[in-house]
Design a protein around this ligand. Structure first.
Ligand code: MG
Length: 335
């Protein structure tokens, strides 16, 4: 029964998780928050992660009731993500692995999300929508790869929401997207926005520019409220995501959808996806914020699958990379 320790820190969350044969034994996490109207910069985020990572490691071990002897493998996020935060966490993972004399496994962050979603929901062969602050992809497994069917051609959907939150000076606590979701519930009027689906791909940067300009103009003249704009943005971008997910399902003959990534805990997105699934006689799988927002257990879980199927990362090959596509990983643990 291997027990795997996982370190995640590719963006503004730092998490340390412990997984043993499908059980999450611990999964503490901290989020680096910045004032309303601002985002998180790589250097400051790395400083935050360095300040908390050892506390989180102790917390994870004590919550799981384990010590270093009980750990069989140390997994960490290789990428994709922001350079400085990735480096700060990878250094700790490498150091711990050497001090404790454990094998290292470098994990693709996107694969971590998929494996966590599969573990928690029990979805067997889903079409996956991965939506977060840094990533937007529709993925399906085939022939030992997670194949990307569609993706954003510019910014991620979560980045579009986060940056719109900055325009309206919405709080980043607990996340800008969560606060947009709450405001959107009070929206009354649908402001028409560009709808940008290009084949299987989507684009959000034009929508963001458009709504930024609309916000300055329409809020000044009371043509609509901030709540109306949050509502309109969510309805538009989520409809685009549901459309490309449905098209991938039709292509693959899939009857399951799994939503992963931080934007995946948005209940309105889940509701819209659920309606589409119902119409097709398909099933929707999603997780709550503990598992869909970046966390250490997802890296431990993907690491566990990799470790079990024989993966080991040599120290000399344990660097990070900001760009690391989901389909670069050979998925040796699935048939
Ligand atoms: Mg993520």
């Amino acid at each position: 029964m291997p027990t795997v320790l996982g370190f995640e820190g590719s963006a503004n969350k730092i998490g340390v998780g412990i997984v043993r044969d499908g059980s999450v034994l611990a999964n503490p996490r901290r989020t680096y928050l910045t004032p309303p109207g601002t985002g998180f910069l790589p250097g400051d985020t790395a400083r935050h992660h360095r300040a908390c990572v050892l506390d989180l490691l102790h917390e994870a071990l004590s919550e799981a009731g384990l010590n270093s002897k009980d750990i069989d493998c140390v997994a960490f996020t290789k990428g994709p993500g922001m350079g400085a935060p990735l480096v700060s966490v990878a250094i700790v993972a490498r150091t711990v692995a050497q001090l404790w004399n454990k094998p290292l496994v470098a994990v693709n962050h996107c694969v971590g999300h998929i494996e966590m979603g599969r573990l928690i929901t029990g979805a067997t062969s889903p079409t996956v929508l991965y939506v977060s602050g840094g990533n937007t992809q529709v993925i399906s497994y085939s022939e030992h790869r997670y194949r990307i069917f569609g993706e954003t051609i510019d910014i991620a959907v979560g980045n579009c929401l986060d940056r719109f939150a900055r325009v309206l000076k919405i709080s980043n606590d607990p996340s800008p997207g969560y606060n947009i979701e709450q405001m959107a519930k009070r929206g009354q009027k649908l402001v028409e926005l560009p709808y940008t689906v290009k084949g299987m791909d989507v684009s959000f940067s034009g929508i963001l520019s458009y709504i930024e300009e609309a916000a300055h103009r329409m809020l000044a003249t009371n043509e609509c409220t901030p709540e109306d704009l949050c509502f309109s943005l969510q309805e538009t971008v989520f409809a685009m995501l549901v459309e490309i997910t449905e098209r991938a399902m039709a292509h693959c003959g899939s009857q399951e959808v799994l939503i992963v990534g931080g934007v995946g805990c948005n209940m309105r997105l889940q509701e819209m996806m659920g309606t589409m699934c119902e119409e097709r006689g398909a099933q929707l799988f999603a997780t709550d914020e503990r598992f869909c927002i970046d966390n250490g257990a997802m890296i431990a879980q993907a690491g566990w699958e990799m470790f079990q199927s024989g993966h080991r990362t040599a120290l000399s090959d344990s660097g990070i990379t900001q760009r690391y596509r989901t389909d670069e990983v050979e998925v040796t643990w699935r048939n």
